[in-house]
Design a protein around this ligand. Structure first.
Ligand SMILES: *[C@@H]1O[C@H](CO)[C@@H](O)[C@H](O)[C@H]1NC(C)=O
Ligand SMILES: *[C@@H]1O[C@H](CO)[C@@H](O)[C@H](O)[C@H]1NC(C)=O
Length: 360
């Protein structure tokens, strides 16, 4: 009966207290380089026991690890929500949140063939993006109240009852983030706003920092990037800030995005990588991305086979996170190019839609 608490529970409680104390201490340590009962400041030069690869690049994490003074090994997890380093602790976590670990690289899939070859990489990749992984019956926004016009591009979302989007639309809790570059048509955004979603459009050409264009439609003069800008540069720039999606979510106080639409002219690969590495993708219900394959994309390097393997690996990461491709569209109106060549009967541009089957 509850009279005797098992030993381990006592120990766990003490450990929790200890961690909480350490956490507080570290917080102070970071801010003021002052920490009771820790090694003096010089200890900051001591390399922490086992910093994760690349930790040195993150001043916060490195400083925190150093402040720990090698005495105790602290695991740093990065919560996608806060976007800052915080020690793993037994503090109660809000329901649904998971521990998030920092990753610096995506897992590359094995080559498609024993010796790397563009033919094999391309056919594996093209087959992958042309094959739905889950069926979706209702993709037509016309079925929604207040939505009548047809969009030029198939920005398909899945409105089947088994996924939450349709329910969130009905209860007016739905939120769409749309990343774009100003010149594309906005039918999809207007339609979603009319049907009850809160729509945030991120567009560097917006006429002011934040503009409300309709009852549920906002424009933000921001472009979503795969890294936050160097603060020195950001301060000098008057307009056109770039930010990571995770940063924007934190700043807006949004925990979930029902639909993320992206038409970002080849920045999608690095943005997707960032969303995966920081686990931001888990906060998203459906993804509708235009992907561009006529060139490797911003900051994607390597020979052609390497590039295609990287694209493929990114999409496999999504699958690993239980995203399923339910719609794929090959844009025949765009140049039919694949890595600067007319090859493989590929288009330079595909629109792909995924549903996060874990998402509630
Ligand atoms: C491309 O680069 C990779 C890694 O650097 C190499 O292993 C591969 O042989 C190269 N592929 C081709 C087709 O040149
Ligand atoms: C090339 O792609 C088009 C459009 O997807 C398709 O109709 C056609 O059959 C393909 N041609 C070949 C040779 O695979």
């Amino acid at each position: 009966m509850p009279k005797e608490r098992p030993l381990w529970r006592g120990a766990a409680f003490r450990l929790c207290l200890l961690s909480a104390a350490l956490f507080l201490c570290l917080q102070l340590g970071i801010r003021r380089s002052w920490c009771p009962e820790e090694k003096p400041r010089g200890a900051a030069a001591v390399r922490a026991p086992a910093p994760s690869r690349g930790a040195e690049q993150r001043p916060g994490a490195a400083a925190a690890a150093a402040a720990g003074g090698g005495r105790r090994r602290v695991t740093y997890v990065r919560s996608g929500r806060r976007g800052s380093a915080a020690p793993a602790c037994c503090a109660p976590q809000p329901p649904g949140s998971r521990r998030k670990t920092v990753r610096w690289h995506i897992e590359l899939q094995p080559w498609a063939s024993p010796t790397p070859s563009l033919n094999y990489e391309a056919s594996r990749f093209l087959k992958y993006i042309s094959t739905s992984q889950i069926s979706c019956e209702h993709m037509n926004l016309n079925s929604l109240k207040g939505y009548s016009k047809t969009t030029k591009k198939p920005w398909s979302v899945c409105l089947d009852e088994r996924f939450s989007l349709i329910h969130r639309i009905r209860s007016k809790q739905c939120r769409l983030y749309s990343l774009g570059l100003g010149n594309d048509d906005r039918q999809f955004e207007l339609g979603m706003a009319m049907s009850g979603c809160e729509v945030h459009r991120f567009d560097p050409s917006a006429r002011a920092a934040h503009v409300q264009e309709g009852p549920r439609l906002w424009y933000h003069r921001l472009s979503i990037d795969w890294r936050d800008p160097n603060p020195a540069i950001a301060a000098r720039r008057l307009h056109g800030t770039t930010k990571k999606l995770g940063t924007v979510l934190n700043e807006f106080g949004h925990q979930k995005i029902d639909v993320l639409k992206a038409d970002v002219e080849s920045a999608e690969w690095k943005i997707l990588e960032n969303l995966i590495l920081e686990d931001v993708v888990e906060q998203i219900g459906q993804l509708v991305f235009e992907v561009h394959i006529h060139w490797p994309g911003f900051e994607v390097s390597g020979n052609d086979s390497t590039v295609v393997r990287y694209w493929y690996s990114l999409l496999r990461e999504l699958e690993l996170k239980d995203f399923r491709l339910f719609h794929t569209y090959k844009d025949l109106s765009k140049p039919q190019m694949f890595l600067k060549k007319e090859a493989f009967n590929a288009s330079s541009c595909y629109t792909l839609s995924w549903v996060n089957t874990r998402w509630k």
